[in-house]
Design a protein around this ligand. Structure first.
Ligand code: UD1
Ligand code: UDP
Length: 362
């Protein structure tokens, strides 16, 4: 019997691993798959709700590590995870995405000589000021299976001299989750409950330190969202990092009526809002992909993206961080200047099945 441990910690990790857990269940006579939750995200609405809605098994191991500086968080996860891996001696560790939990798990497993599979390998923003870029590069270097979600990832890994036999173009497990839940998302009553008219409102999410960790940048962002909220109702489910900073900088005053600020939403509710939105404005990685899959216009408030297929093929508009440009592009889109898009290759809901087959064949 093979033993596999998937290590997850942050909101997008849960969504990327749920279909992998499901696909591995088919091989339960040959493989025992366990989940280790580092604790990086811990609020019910950032963690437990995804296990419930995506029908994931509860974590077999919980490390309870959250907060702290990057070094502190990564090091504490490493120390706790080492104990689990030493006890369990898995044949493979699976890590999704690009968060600190991903990096910490990859480092520990590689030092212990345990093979690693990286789900969402090869993405590059080519911007090392992003903590995620360091996490992606290091995780890929120590991984044995590089599971890639879009063509740019294949190119990047080959350009970095990775062994071709490790690289597998499998598609996107975040899209597997979306595809598997699409009926629930379409039928969800959240828009009605919030009194929103389909294709007549905006959804915004922000959590990148470059946008929310200083008072000027976050202040300008809230001002821009407030102006857009006079054109269309704007729903803003607020990430905990952003919430803390809005309070700290006193930016929650004099907000217009059209700006609906909520806690982070459940997976089904959030994606239902996105599905029927006229426009999404974000700095999220995953939401760039989900809007492309659903053909919803998306403005990405960043200088670069590690997911170029959403620009080249999808409905994503990468506009930088100048707020005049964000506002102008938003007004253009609301005025009908939209971008057609297609679903990228292999984003067909079967990525996790391919991953499980590759793991089980080798
Ligand atoms: C992390 C990832 C980022 C990813 C994002 C997804 C890193 C370096 N960053 O950013 O790549 O896009 O998750 O959402 O790994 N907090 C709570 N409750 C929670 C979760 C976080 O209060 O449930 C607080 C933390 O205590 C901390 C802050 O939010 O003060 C930031 O959390 P952290 O996990 O360090 O980084 P994120 O900004 O969430
Ligand atoms: N998401 C959610 N509720 C919200 C906001 C986002 O369920 O209130 C989902 C979203 O649909 C996507 C994932 O969380 O699947 C993206 O996570 P996040 O933006 O935190 O991280 P990133 O993708 O930027 O790493």
């Amino acid at each position: 019997m093979k033993k596999i441990i998937s290590v997850v910690g942050a909101r997008p990790n849960f969504i990327k691993i749920a279909p992998v857990a499901k696909a591995l269940k088919k091989y339960r006579k040959e493989v025992k798959h366990q989940i280790c939750h580092t604790g990086q995200h811990f609020d019910k609405r950032m963690s437990e709700i995804f296990f419930d809605q995506l029908k994931m098994p509860r974590p077999d191991f919980s490390l309870g590590v959250s907060g702290g500086s990057h070094a502190e968080q990564t090091a504490r996860i490493m120390l706790e995870l080492e104990k689990v891996l030493a006890e369990e001696r898995p044949d493979l560790v699976i890590v999704p995405g690009d968060v600190n939990s991903t990096l910490a798990a990859a480092l520990v497993a590689s030092k212990m000589g345990i093979p690693i599979a990286h789900v969402e390998a090869g993405l590059r923003s080519f911007d090392k000021s992003m903590p995620e870029e360091i996490n992606r590069i290091v995780t890929d270097v120590v991984s044995d299976y590089l599971f890639v979600s879009e063509h740019s990832g294949m190119r990047n890994l080959r350009d970095e001299g990775m062994d071709d036999s490790k690289i597998h173009f499998v598609g996107n497990t975040m899209i597997d989750s979306l595809e598997a839940n699409y009926n629930l998302i379409e039928e969800c009553s959240v828009t009605k409950e919030m009194g929103l008219k389909p294709a007549n409102y905006i959804v915004a999410t922000f959590h990148r330190p470059s946008n929310v960790d200083n008072p000027e940048a976050l202040g300008e962002l809230i001002d821009t969202l407030s102006r857009l909220a006079k054109e269309r109702t704007l729903v803003f489910p607020v990430h905990p990092r952003t919430h803390k900073n809005i309070e700290r900088y006193g930016l929650n005053k004099n907000l217009p009526k059209g700006l609906i600020i909520t806690e982070p939403l459940g997976y089904i509710e959030f994606l239902s809002l996105v599905r029927y939105a006229e426009l999404v404005i974000t700095d999220s990685g995953g939401i760039q992909e989900e809007t492309t899959y659903m053909g919803v216009q998306c403005i990405t408030v960043r200088k670069n993206t590690e997911r170029p297929v959403t620009i080249d093929v999808g409905t994503n508009h990468l506009v930088g961080t100048q707020m005049e440009k964000v506002e102008k592009t938003a007004l253009d889109i609301l005025g009908g200047i939209t971008k057609p898009g297609r679903i990228p290759e292999m984003w067909d809901g079967k990525a996790a099945k391919r991953i499980a087959e590759i793991i089980m064949e080798s």
